[in-house]
Ligand binder design. Structure first.
Ligand code: ADP
Ligand code: MG
Length: 270
């Protein structure tokens, strides 16, 4: 059994007087790939902020690498939810990645040669060397996302948290990012927690899914968790899990949830 790198036990958190997380538990092991799935507003970003030590739970416990929470832990790499990059931003790809060095090491600058080597290594890890000198604002969404992942890898984390890295990407780029993150996780033994509202692009690579609904969580293999009875209990109302041409659709009440994503219309015909 691989080392336990993250453990959340019955975490509950209120924000603005409202319970956002009611009962969330998770154990994450080295090298494991877990998809964190839930509809908009389910509490996915909030949960990452708890793991980062930015929000303190009202009850329950969190341990990162066997120790209680602290902020700014270099063992935890983080790619925040989409920051829209200004097309005119004067940064090159490698400058964006290098920001990952300045945010750590207690402000002690690395010698420039060593710094360049580490940035190059991270750029290679995400296959971004060939566009490293291009202005970031001119790159595609998938290329920008890979740079942000490289930035998060600079501190050589043992846990990688990615918040909706697939949103705004076309299907092909989304698949590329998923495969890239899965490969990095495998090769480096990094545990990955990847947030998405649609689990479908991750079905091939996910070891387990952490499903969030109504502040409660269920964790396990997709075939264990994404089931009518499990999700109906989680949501507190009946939902159906449909398998359509290799994709999973979660349908509840008057709305359709695509693996967690709320669709605003119910499609009753093709
Ligand atoms: N600082 C806050 N104060 C009050 N409510 C908040 C705060 N941050 C988030 N929320 C609420 O918590 C819920 C979960 O938000 P979030 O974690 O961003 O969801 P997700 O990332 O799954 O879309 C939302 O209803 C949101 O409005
Ligand atoms: Mg979010």
């Amino acid at each position: 059994m691989e080392t336990l790198v993250l453990r959340l036990d019955q975490v509950a958190l209120r924000l603005g007087g409202r319970p956002v997380l009611r009962d969330v538990s998770l154990d994450l092991r080295a090298g494991e790939f877990v998809g964190l799935i839930g509809a908009n507003g389910a509490g996915k970003t909030t949960l990452l902020r708890v793991i980062l030590g930015l929000l303190r739970p009202n009850s329950g416990s969190v341990e990162v690498l066997g120790r209680p929470l602290r902020r700014g832990n270099p063992a935890v790499g983080y790619v925040p939810q989409k920051q829209q990059l200004d097309p005119e931003t004067p940064l090159r790809g490698r400058d964006l990645v290098a920001l990952g060095i300045d945010g750590q090491r207690w402000g002690i600058p690395l010698p420039s040669r060593k710094r360049r080597m580490r940035v190059d290594e991270a750029l290679r890890a995400v296959d971004a060397i060939h566009y490293a000198d291009a202005p970031v604002g001119k790159l595609s969404g998938g290329e920008q996302q890979r740079l942000l992942i490289a930035q998060a890898l600079l501190a050589d984390p043992q846990i990688l948290l990615l918040d909706e890295p697939l949103s705004n990407l076309d299907i092909r780029s989304a698949n590329e990012v998923v495969q890239l993150v899965a490969r990095i996780g495998r090769e480096r033994g990094v545990a990955v927690l990847l947030v998405a509202h649609d689990m479908n692009p991750m079905l091939d690579v996910m070891d387990r899914v952490l499903y969030l609904a109504e502040g409660r969580s269920a964790i396990g293999r997709v075939d264990e968790v994404v089931r009518t009875e499990v999700l109906s209990r989680l949501y507190g109302y009946p939902v159906d899990v449909l398998h359509v041409r290799g994709r999973i659709l979660v349908v509840g009440g008057a709305e359709m949830l695509m693996g967690g994503q709320r669709e605003h219309e119910v499609h009753t015909h093709e």
